[in-house]
Design a protein around this ligand. Sequence first.
Ligand code: ADP
Ligand code: MG
Length: 341
Amino acid sequence: MAALETRIVDPQAAANEQRLDLTLRPTSLGEFVGQQRVKDNLEIAMTAARQRSEPIEHVLLYGPPGLGKTTLAHIIAREMGVNIRITSGPALERGGDLAAILTNLGDRDILFIDEIHRLNKTIEEILYPAMEEYALDLVIGKGPSARTLRLDLPKITIVGATTKVSLLSGPLRDRFGNVFHLNFYHEGEIREILERSAKILAVDVEPAALTAIAGRARKTPRIANRLLKRVRDFAQVKASGRVTPDISQQALELLGVDGCGLDDIDRRILSTIIEKFNGGPVGLNTIAAATGEEMATIEDVYEPFLMQCGFLQRTGQGRLATPHAYEHLNIKPPKSQKKLL
Ligand SMILES: Nc1ncnc2c1ncn2[C@@H]1O[C@H](COP(=O)(O)OP(=O)(O)O)[C@@H](O)[C@H]1O
Ligand SMILES: [Mg+2]
């Protein structure tokens, strides 16, 4: 049910947000805020590759949605001065699809594979020689007379992105020379991103309002940009158009986003664990059934942030609401809960 509603703090891009993403997407490493270690390492890998006139080694980017994986893939292509072709794990169904893409790329071009953990086995096996030896093995014929024909491919770079690196097979993961984890952003970085976005979108916003929005953006650039846009709409309709701290406060309240950036569904997950299951531990499937949300959505979208904020713990026995969660929801923790923690 609620899973299909548009959620203001959903870190994944809504269908109508592609354009906003594009407008606000940084185009160089210099413009890309935060993730300093990733940037430093990428800079070195790119410079080294350029000096050797080689493609940059395959890059795997992993981390929660909305933190800049797709953006970085585009930046790498741009800084290397090469073309980028975009596809995704689920989009590559048949070996022929991948073979067609690979043979059409130019030397040093980038193939960006989003959701790379969702590649099927056949496709993965075509990728191995392509990544390792820039070769494509074609099987010709069937049965005993079948043989393999090896074709040379252009020297390309695969940039893979995933929110679930644990689902990647070992052999595939091992073929990436550069593996980078994107972390949630600090509030100051989110504020910097908001400042940049406000400039690009020509939003008239007071500095204190930017800070207020940054505090509720779940440490995620995509959410920060979305909140900024919604607050701007509110300011335009309900006031003079200028985003003041008071206006942003009202807009965020209307959107149901609380002081920590939690929305109704986050709060419902926490209050379900607390009120129906005595704070936990309780299994993910039970939480899903009790809240009417899908298990995968809870696990991929809600939990990472709830854990990051210290509201939720994953234990061997199930999910546990922390004292911090009780405090946030204004519920008194029972004595047994305190002992467990
Ligand atoms: N480090 C950053 N600096 C500035 N803006 C960013 C940064 N990371 C992400 N963004 C913004 O957030 C949006 C979502 O980023 P994206 O790369 O699509 O995330 P992901 O692919 O990890 O889901 C981008 O359009 C961009 O505007
Ligand atoms: Mg992406």
